[in-house]
Ligand binder design. Structure first.
Ligand SMILES: [Zn+2]
Ligand SMILES: [Zn+2]
Ligand SMILES: [Zn+2]
Ligand SMILES: [Zn+2]
Length: 335
């Protein structure tokens, strides 16, 4: 590298010049044997090709290079150098040590990056400022950003595909576990926990609901209503391997004992302290909720099935306002 000798003010001793670049030594080092001095970068580059002194061709190894003498360092420190942009109007005189930092930020450097003050705020080289057109620059910026956006969208699509594949694999695993469950009591227990967990994962995305009129419960839905419950569960993302089970559980035949007959319901009505979650409304406009085991561990077992059930109403169900929602309680074993 070296400092441009043309910029140095006054006379420079020849021994302060680098024999490789012929400029003033920058970060000087010297050979222990022959004491020839070079810029650090110049000699490093040279020694990648040849391991000899470029002046006298004596043997030279990297470990033979040391700092130059204090005398030489003092002589270099006394030199004054002009800024590279003297012709552009800079009149600073600098030490060699401060030269590089000054040049990099010199306000007379035509390539200095500055911010446009006409409103676009884009950073441009100073010499381009006069011909800079905010609208054109912004248009280019928008073009780049649109390109970035397109890339982002593409990567989002591929991520979604991956998630879908993983979800499918998880479903297969869940089917597999449910097949094993019938033969192994330990796996049966694990499977049931996993099912409750899957249902809560789904349920946590559903809004909490308030039932105002338990009397409007539809306990024996007909086949068209069954079909609509299917649609509603599907639209809300009910876990596939539990889908049919949940569809079935919209009828009093499949509810727990305390709900299974009109009389039982009348007797346990004062116990209705469910935490229900709202499903998308049925096509005929009737409100529909799910009561999940994981949400309702506070309820007596004869009122809540361990996994969950679907309840259809004629009317009287509202969504709990966001601020009134409590975090659903997961059992500690799922946490
Ligand atoms: Zn040099
Ligand atoms: Zn030498
Ligand atoms: Zn300057
Ligand atoms: Zn501008």
């Amino acid at each position: 590298m070296g400092f441009d000798i043309v910029l140095i003010v006054g006379h420079v001793d020849e021994e302060l010049l680098c024999p490789i670049c012929a400029d003033v030594l920058e970060e000087p080092v010297q050979s222990v044997g022959c004491e020839h001095a070079f810029c650090r970068q110049c000699i490093d580059r040279w020694m990648r090709l040849k391991q000899i002194c470029p002046v006298d061709r004596s043997n030279l190894q990297p470990e033979n290079l040391v700092n130059v003498s204090r005398l030489m360092r003092n002589m270099l420190a006394r030199l004054k150098i002009q800024c590279s942009f003297t012709e552009n109007g800079c009149d600073q005189l600098l030490t060699l040590e401060g030269f590089r930092a000054h040049v990099a930020s010199c306000e007379h450097n035509p390539k200095l990056i500055v911010e446009c003050q006409k409103g676009c705020g884009i950073k441009v080289p100073k010499d381009k400022l006069a011909t800079h057109n905010c609208i054109e620059e912004l248009r280019d910026t928008v073009k780049v950003l649109l390109g970035d956006l397109k890339e982002l969208k593409e990567s989002q699509i591929s991520q979604q595909l991956r998630i879908m594949t993983q979800r499918r694999e998880l479903e297969l695993l869940q089917y597999y576990i449910s097949a094993l469950r019938s033969s192994n009591p330990v796996i049966h227990g694990i499977g049931e926990q996993l099912d409750r967990y899957s249902l809560m994962q789904w349920g946590n995305a559903l809004p909490l609901a308030r039932v105002r009129n338990w009397g409007s419960l539809v306990s024996t839905p007909d086949i068209p209503m069954h079909v609509m419950v299917r649609e509603s569960l599907r639209a809300s993302g009910c876990p596939m391997h539990l889908f049919n089970m949940m569809v079935d559980r919209c009828h009093e035949d499949r509810w727990p004992k305390g709900l299974s007959t009109l009389n039982a319901r009348r007797e346990s009505q004062h116990l209705y302290q469910y935490v229900p979650r709202l499903l998308p409304p049925l096509v005929i406009g009737k409100p529909c909720v799910v009561v999940l085991g994981g949400d309702n561990t506070h309820m007596p077992p004869d009122l809540v099935p361990s996994l969950g059930m679907v309840l259809i109403f004629v009317d009287g169900v509202t969504e709990l306002q966001q601020e009134a929602q409590q975090e659903p309680q997961l059992e500690s074993s799922y946490a």
